[in-house]
Design a binder for this molecule. Sequence first.
Ligand code: R5P
Length: 285
Amino acid sequence: MIIFGGSKSAELGWEVAKTTKSTLGKTQTKKFPDNETYLRLMTNVEGKECAVIQSVTSNDDLVELLMMIDALKDHKATQVHAVCPYLAYMRQDKRFKEGEALTAKTVLKLIEELADSVATINCHFLGDPGQATYNNIGFTNLDAIPYLVEHLRGKISDPVVVAPDKGGLTYAKRAAELLDCEFNHIEKKRISGTEVTMKTKGLDVKKKDAIILDDIISTGGTILEASKIIRRSGAKTVNVGCVHGLFLNGTEMFAGSVDRLISTNTLINPATKVSVAGAISEHLK
Ligand code: R5P
């Protein structure tokens, strides 16, 4: 197999090629003055099975991914597998208001149309890993939670896992099963029109090493609030892990509230400590 890493996942592409003992494909990319993307394949792919690894955080990343898949097909690759470790636009998988665009469908459909298979990691609208079908689009949802857990194992002695909201409970549950510890989510309770209380639902974090897990840290607001609550509840240490670290406001905002902050390399940021190359390699095998 020939592995191509897009500009958002070049290092990960290299790592997966090494792990799977595959050839690392070469491309040349540049921007035209009007910001259009230029892409040229520099590796002969005729008669070969290929994979493209490219996280998508912007429209440009998506266009590069689509161009790469199509170019590989044009140059007679037998099969092209798309792996998008982080795939943007997955937060709009439902129409919350009439007339809204279903961005998850649009983006997945575009990739599926060109590639022979599609995979992503901890897709925002799915709780469980494995094969998924959404709007008749089949794709694989890989799981980075075990890799985050393995990184934390041994660094903490008395863990308890907390999800910042009910939506993150499946991640917390999987991590707690691996660590053989308790888990739950933070519960918001409205006391009055202006007053809201937040507490860890039925979970005592006192003197424990709390692990707060989320799929995405975007602005950081959710995790910062959750960390403060856990700290106030008497946790010994506050450890935060996320799969996709967008960190739009940087990572410095967590200083003082968090003892340990880790993310995977689906996106590169100052907290990137855990590689998902193993998950992608297993999938491609
Ligand atoms: C929400 O459903 C997600 O799992 C994350 O909790 C959310 O995207 C985090 O956003 P932010 O970092 O902006 O609070």
